[in-house]
Design a protein around this ligand. Structure first.
Ligand code: DSN
Length: 476
């Protein structure tokens, strides 16, 4: 049957069958507008009603966090204010591009949100440029690396087997697949960065980009020395400060802002929402010639962010970053960064006194590395992690420099003090935690590299002490 032709220049009445359908369905009504608070406050009620399973798991995770001592160096705890921004309607906005130059409509509010986040990031870190769009720290590294390098160009970075990050050029990362990667290594005896050896390697391999920053390095990084090496060989310097960015921002660790061309960090490790950040100091508008074009570095970074590597930024995360950067600027946040280090130093000192092998005999930052195998014959990183976890203490197994154990086994564990410090613990509690860790690691019965047994009444005794600490220093 041929459809009757409609003259679109004339007003039409709806076809009869549609009128009848609407009459039949006229129970489909609208919904009155709810207030902003009403809309957002109902979130967990809505989740429980829609998906009791996920609701239950989230609740379980909340309870796990409340009842364990979280000693993870790569984790932190954001504030309820940051969580509120993450769970807001802002998450619905599609807005490719940058403030004032978007590909989508309706961006006037979101542009203000992003501008606020940028201004606060610049103020917090004392930089000339901030890009708040990267979805993660790894993503921020991918953006910088692909912005300044052509396929096949050379990167010099710390080996991922010694604390370097995968995104710094590891073979399993796209950075290792598309660029020519050379590694520098820690000194075999001291486990410290050997700047002379790094310089010699840089002179020999002539990288276009040098990356500094680590996931498992407990001592101060000398960014000035790295810049001198980069200048000598004509390389860009990228400082990935993900682990120490809170300390850097507060002045508790020297800042790379004066020295590095690019600084990257994840935003959750210092205590904000998941996401990444790219910062630049005085060289933000230095010229780069790439693919036959001249442009300022900041513009190259933006073009590489979108459309180069990402699409729409996560605007709810950007709103949450803005909230977090405001928190960072508070005295409470700055003071806490110094306490984080004080606590890590205490934890390291007590563990060393109790006979554990603490790498470099201490720490300058938030992290403590322990060689479990050297601390007790037969103990591995993975068994240490598992038996501590069973007793309510969460740590990471960690491959140590020159570790002979497989990555899934490891010789070491990595501890970190950001979360316990956030929840109000001080050096007295670090002493108690160190004693509990030592007691568990001494008491556990080692069966193999991955298996152990722990006496159940001893485990319950440790868990009760952990619960006591968690009750007095609850999540905030
Ligand atoms: N950098 C990793 C870690 O330290 O565990 C996380 O990205």
């Amino acid at each position: 049957m041929t459809e009757p032709k409609m003259d679109l220049t004339k007003e039409q009445s709806p076809p009869r069958y549609l009128v009848d359908k609407f009459r039949k369905d006229d129970k489909i009504d609208g919904r009155r507008k709810t207030s902003f608070e009403e809309y957002h406050n109902g979130q967990f009620g809505a989740l429980k009603e829609t998906d009791a399973e996920v609701y239950g798991l989230i609740k379980k995770e909340y309870q796990r966090l409340q009842n364990n001592i979280e000693l993870l160096a790569a984790e932190n705890q954001c504030s309820p204010a940051v969580l509120a921004a993450l769970g807001s309607v802002v998450q619905n906005k599609t807005a490719e591009g940058f403030p004032g130059a978007r590909f989508h409509g309706g961006c006037e509010v979101i542009d203000d949100v992003e501008r606020l986040a940028i201004d606060r990031a610049k103020e917090a870190f004392g930089t000339r440029y901030a890009n708040v769009q990267p979805h993660s720290g790894t993503g921020a590294n991918h953006i910088v690396i692909t912005a300044v390098l052509e396929a096949g160009d050379k990167i010099l970075g710390l080996s991922s087997e010694q604390g370097g990050h995968y995104s710094h050029g590891d073979a399993v990362s796209l950075t290792g697949r598309f660029f020519d990667v050379e590694n520098y290594y820690l000194d075999k005896k001291t486990f410290l960065l050997d700047y002379d050896a790094i310089r010699d390697k840089a002179v020999k391999v002539k990288p276009k980009l040098i990356i500094c920053g680590a996931s498992a390095y407990v001592r101060t990084i000398d960014f000035k020395k790295f810049r001198a090496i980069a200048d000598e060989v004509g390389a860009y310097l990228l400082a990935d400060i993900s682990h120490i960015s809170g300390l850097v921002m507060a002045g508790a660790h020297p800042s790379p802002v004066e020295y590095a061309h690019f600084i990257t960090t994840s935003t959750y490790k210092p205590g904000g929402p998941r996401g990444g950040l790219i910062l630049m100091g005085k060289e933000y508008d230095k010229n780069i010639k790439i693919q036959g074009k001249d442009m300022p570095l900041w513009k190259r970074i933006e073009d590489t962010t979108f459309p180069g590597v990402q699409g729409t930024p996560y605007l709810n995360h950007i709103a949450a970053k803005a909230v977090f950067f405001k928190e960072m600027l508070s005295d409470e946040y700055r003071n806490r960064q110094f306490k984080i280090i004080e606590n890590a130093k205490k934890l390291a000192a007590v563990l060393a006194d109790l006979g554990l092998d603490v790498l470099t005999k201490g720490t300058d930052n938030h992290m403590v590395l322990i060689n479990a195998g050297n601390s007790r014959q037969g103990l591995t990183g993975v068994t240490a992690q598992k038996c501590l976890e069973e007793c309510g203490i969460t740590v990471d197994k960690m491959r140590l420099p020159y570790d002979e154990k497989a990555p899934a086994i490891t010789s070491g564990i990595r501890l970190g003090t950001p979360i316990v410090t956030r929840n109000g613990m001080g050096t007295e509690q670090m002493q108690s935690i160190a004693r509990l860790i030592d007691a568990v690691l001494k008491r556990v019965e080692i069966i193999s590299e991955t298996e152990y047994r722990i006496n159940s009444s001893f485990r319950e005794q440790v868990k009760a002490e952990v619960a006591g600490l968690c009750d007095s220093f609850a999540m905030r």
